[in-house]
Design a protein around this ligand. Structure first.
Ligand SMILES: C[S@@+](CC[C@H](N)C(=O)[O-])C[C@H]1O[C@@H](n2cnc3c(N)ncnc32)[C@H](O)[C@@H]1O
Length: 265
């Protein structure tokens, strides 16, 4: 299944739809008025002039859910803790209509290049890119008392190993990912303003990387609570409740995803 997210910072979804359809692309509506499923395309959807103009982002429909759940407002101060290549950063900027501020942090120098290029291509103007390890960069933020209204933690996970490195995952990989995710979510809560909200997501199916991380943070800290996500918002997507009520799991044929929302109290 292939989907595109129309970049409403640059073009109206109906205008782009007509433009692609005139070139022979067959598109199907989704629960989002700015996202379409690509049913058929005579050419690669990642190499059209419209793509290069930044009119859309090819990405799974599941990966559009975390920014929607975070629900950024136009004046929000947002931290995107693991940002590259920027599918979700550019989506957040679009929802904020290029207002407010996003701090997009990415550890990998190579992946920062892709993040920069997507941000430029898509006309995003409200984002500061930081090439740093969140586990160290948090010290700078805390020392300067910089706290955020909303945080997206789209955590590195074993699903990325399968996709990026094209190999199977071992029990050790899952354990390693789970430990890193627990460390990152704890940092995320530290960096939230009181009443601020954090969305945690992974493209892994493993309980250790999903519900276990949420259970860990809810047990470890008494300044955080779970906000229940309404799964009925995502019509046409194979979304079910996670193993903790109020969390979400997306299942095949859609890209597997886990999404949870927390509030700092
Ligand atoms: C799942 S990917 C993020 C995808 C991205 N949110 C998007 O929608 O395009 C996870 C990213 O986190 C980065 N990362 C891993 N550990 C990190 C850390 N400690 N600090 C910042 N970024 C990190 C990885 O290099 C990778 O690019």
């Amino acid at each position: 299944m292939q989907f595109i997210r129309v970049n409403t910072l640059k073009i109206n979804p109906d205008v782009l739809k007509k433009r692609l359809e005139d070139k022979g692309v067959v598109l199907k509506e989704t629960f989002l008025d700015y996202a379409f499923e690509v049913i058929k395309s005579p050419f690669s959807i990642g190499s059209t002039p419209e793509y290069l103009f930044g009119y859309y982002m090819p990405q799974s429909i599941s990966s559009m859910i975390p920014p929607i759940v975070l629900n950024p407002k136009e004046q929000d101060f947002i931290l995107d803790m693991c940002a590259a290549p920027g599918g979700k950063t550019t989506h957040l900027a679009q929802l904020m209509k290029n207002n407010g501020t996003i701090v997009a942090v990415e550890i990998s120098k190579t992946r920062v290049k892709a993040l920069k290029s997507n941000i430029n291509r898509m006309g995003v103007l409200n984002t500061i890119i930081i090439n740093a390890d969140m586990r160290k960069y948090k010290d700078y933020l805390l020392k300067n008392e910089i706290f955020f209204d909303k945080i997206l933690l789209d955590a590195p996970c074993s699903g990325n190993i399968i996709k990026d490195k094209d190999r199977n995952v071992s029990k050790e990989d899952i354990k390693y990912c789970s430990l890193r995710q627990k460390e990152l979510i704890d940092i995320g809560i530290d960096l939230l303003k009181e009443g601020g909200e954090l969305v945690y997501s992974t493209c892994s199916m493993e309980i250790e990387e999903n519900e276990e991380v949420i259970r860990y943070i809810l047990q470890k800290r008494d300044d955080v609570e779970l906000i229940k996500i309404n799964k009925d918002e995502f019509k046409g997507i194979n979304v079910k409740s996670g193993y903790i009520e109020g969390t979400l799991r997306v299942f095949p044929p859609n890209e597997p995803f886990f999404i949870a929302k927390l509030r700092k109290i």
